[in-house]
Design a binder for this molecule. Structure first.
Ligand code: GTP
Ligand code: MG
Length: 238
């Protein structure tokens, strides 16, 4: 739920969800670094970065690096200075289900992180099912959903079509006849590692954009097709 504070600040909560070791923390770390780079170092063939981190990225992790409670970063829109994004990652290990459920409360947008390695397919499916349960029917219709098909730099990964089938099976890719299909999750093929980053900023940017669109034009829900107004053009690939 978008929060408005007395000093006229607007907070939007974006949650990275997915199974353990899929790359959620790495993605937010990379996002933080990309958005911290001085504009001069942001080359022209990359999308224009439209947010800036405020403060440090807070990570609560075990010695292994696996998240214990959550990570949290705050990003401020450069154009709309009163607009802030609270970005969280859940702890993906199975035993932290209760923490994930609590962290999900008041979420405005979800980025689901898939570990593309074939050996992790069932873990991804279990994590998606859990997300569906916790979201209680609100995904896509009320809460925008985007998907990172991550670790595309590795061998032995599932295909994009294989993951699309999982999404269809879960009822999270609507047929074109359904008005909600306009808001079907885009599945971005990503590499979350900073030195080889692919689509990390782009997916965040699209999730942020959809959160704003749902709030402003959909009154907190997916706007209907006929209400659709001209939206900002997509940013190019990263
Ligand atoms: N090759 C490759 N490795 C990645 C990528 N993204 C993350 N990793 C690696 O995967 C491992 C786990 O990444 P994390 O970001 O800690 O995963 P997580 O989803 O936050 O895991 P939990 O906190 O346990 O839920 C780390 O060793 C990362 O370096 C990627 O795109 N490609
Ligand atoms: Mg983590």
């Amino acid at each position: 739920m978008v929060r408005y504070t007395e000093d006229k600040k607007i907070f939007i909560k974006i949650l990275y969800w997915g199974c353990a070791a899929g790359g959620k923390t790495t993605a937010v770390d990379t996002l933080y670094q990309l958005c911290s780079e001085p504009p001069k170092e942001q080359s022209t063939d990359k999308p224009q970065i439209e947010v800036i981190p405020t403060g440090t990225l807070k990570k609560i992790a075990m010695a292994s690096g696996s998240t214990l409670y959550f990570d949290r970063g705050i990003f401020q829109s450069k154009k709309e200075k009163s607009l802030y994004y609270h970005v969280f990652t859940v702890a993906g290990q199975q035993r932290f289900g209760n923490t994930r459920k609590i962290l999900f409360e008041d979420t405005d947008g979800v980025i689901f992180v898939v570990d593309s390695q074939k050996s992790r397919l069932q873990d991804n499916i279990d994590s998606l099912k859990e997300l569906k349960r916790v979201a209680n029917g609100k995904l896509i219709s009320v809460i925008p959903l985007l998907v990172m098909l991550n670790k595309r730099d590795l061998d032995d990964v599932i295909t994009l079509e294989e993951w699309e089938d999982v999404m269809k099976e879960a009822g999270l890719l609507h047929e074109p006849s359904n008005p909600l299909s306009e808001w079907n999750p885009i599945i971005y093929q990503t590499v979350a590692l900073y030195n080889n980053a692919q689509n990390v900023y782009r997916i965040f940017s699209e999730c942020a954009r959809r959160c704003v669109v749902y709030t402003v034009w959909g009154d907190g829900k997916a706007p209907e097709r006929e209400n659709k107004v001209k939206l900002p053009p997509d940013v190019p690939d990263l």
